[in-house]
Design a protein around this ligand. Structure first.
Ligand code: AMP
Ligand code: MG
Length: 422
């Protein structure tokens, strides 16, 4: 059955604000208050730590940079030698290259040739850019107007010894592993990746390579879920399509929940005759909730089977994606112990009109772009029916419309959630 737009369906309910439906915020709160991080941690090499969630706080064993060093190619001088007016000649006594320090002490009236990254020699505290001096053999002439301490990168100015560099719960980025490398940290403790089992349900679904008989469609949700789950880096347990038979579904749910920390199904979560997911969850485990005031996305079942968390997502591919991003992804982050900030969301002008009925919070698909004046604006991807997967393909953001809003005239300010890293 088609679940969106349900406001036009006849067989159940419902006024637009469905009785018993949770708000998006309440559903998310329930999910996040129930799910606790998996306790297991493992030690991995720094490279393997990319995109993993840190299992411990990390502190700096030493300063970064470790030594005062030059930010420029030029001459290291003593600031006391800088002329307040006129010029001053200094004697060049050596060279400090990056990786080859000058080991002597620089006395008054002396200077050292220095390259970017070279350690500031003892006695010096300032670097003059090479373009700003004149040099004849070992005599270097410096003019007035230089500031003491210029062009020196101070030891510890990026990170001070002992400082907490990252908190447990941080998902390590490319910059993060680079920073840890600068601290000489070779191995990190990370949280175990959650194992996620997923399968699609529906008599109409066919695997790629099978022929499509009348009424059949290919199982696109398998690919959607594979894609989003691969991106977040969980371990996948990919299962076969399950037919709309009570027994088959129960067997698959038991199998999935015995192998995984979290189970995701798509389809069959509704109130149609062939929708057994909710029933399966209620008889094999615990159904936490199944009605959320979200569009697309109703219905969405959340609960637990054995030791596994369970999400029954609606079958329409856009509904599958929206509910994944809004509910399952935060749950997976929580399960992996990630201390994730809420998704980036900000207001921009919507240059197209949007259709909406009051009642449910909507996540419409939008395209963020620059207008002729160079301002960031958003426009709709067009048709918003939840079977139109192309609307997700075109989109680079969700346009988040509060439950109580009706139609949105062009030119309105709307909230958007850009797809960052999705
Ligand atoms: P359901 O949630 O099972 O009532 O399905 C709602 C709609 O989504 C129906 O039109 C289904 O054919 C479609 N659908 C369900 N599962 C999938 C899937 N895995 N891939 C593509 N479309 C699906
Ligand atoms: Mg179905």
């Amino acid at each position: 059955m088609t679940t969106d737009p349900p406001d036009t369906q006849q067989h159940t309910c419902l006024d637009p604000v469905e009785t018993g439906a949770l708000t998006v915020a309440d559903a998310r709160r329930q999910i996040l208050s129930l799910i606790q991080p998996l306790p297991d941690r493992e030690q991995v090499s720094l490279k393997e730590g990319l995109d993993r969630v840190l299992g411990e706080d990390l502190h700096a064993p030493f300063n970064i940079p470790p030594w005062d060093n030059s930010a420029m190619d030029g001459y290291a001088v003593r600031s006391a030698d800088l002329p307040a007016s006129g010029r001053r000649q200094l004697t060049l006594i050596g060279t400090a290259m990056a990786g080859s320090p000058f080991h002597g002490h620089v006395a008054p009236g002396q200077c050292v040739r220095i390259m970017t990254g070279g350690v500031i020699p003892r006695g010096c505290d300032t670097v003059i850019m090479q373009e700003q001096v004149t040099r004849e053999n070992d005599m270097v002439t410096v003019n007035e107007g230089h500031e003491a301490g210029r062009h020196v990168r101070r030891a510890g100015e990026d990170i001070a010894e002992g400082q907490r560099v990252f908190n447990a719960g941080r998902r390590l980025s490319a910059a993060d592993i680079g920073l840890l490398a600068s601290l000489g940290i070779e191995r990190v403790s990370v949280r175990r990746r959650p194992r996620v089992a997923f399968f699609s349900t529906g008599d109409e679904l066919r695997a790629l390579g099978d022929t499509l008989d009348e009424g059949a469609i290919y199982d696109s949700n398998r690919y959607v879920l594979y894609g989003v789950l691969r991106r977040i880096g969980v371990e996948l347990v990919e299962m076969d399509i399950v037919r709309d038979k009570r027994e088959a579904l129960h067997t698959a749910l038991m199998q999935a929940s015995s192998q995984a920390d979290l189970v995701i199904t798509s389809g069959g979560a509704s109130v149609g005759d062939a929708d057994f997911v909710r029933d399966g969850l209620a008889s094999l485990g615990e159904l936490q909730f199944w009605k959320v005031g979200v569009k697309p996305g109703r219905p969405l079942a959340f609960g637990r089977i054995g030791d596994a968390w369970f999400f029954g997502l609606p079958g329409n591919p856009v509904s599958t994606m929206v509910t994944y991003y809004q509910f399952v992804q935060p749950a997976l982050r929580r399960l992996e112990g990630e201390d994730a900030p809420p998704p980036l969301q900000f207001k921009v002008t919507c240059v197209t009109a949007l259709q909406k009925a009051p009642g449910r919070m909507e996540f419409q698909r939008g395209i963020l772009e620059f207008n002729a004046a160079g301002e960031t604006v958003v426009r709709t991807t067009g048709g918003q029916n939840s079977n139109l997967l192309s609307s997700m393909s075109k989109a680079n953001c969700f346009i988040v419309l509060p439950a109580e809003w009706g139609d949105v005239p062009a030119g309105s300010l709307v909230e958007v959630q850009p797809f960052v890293g999705l």
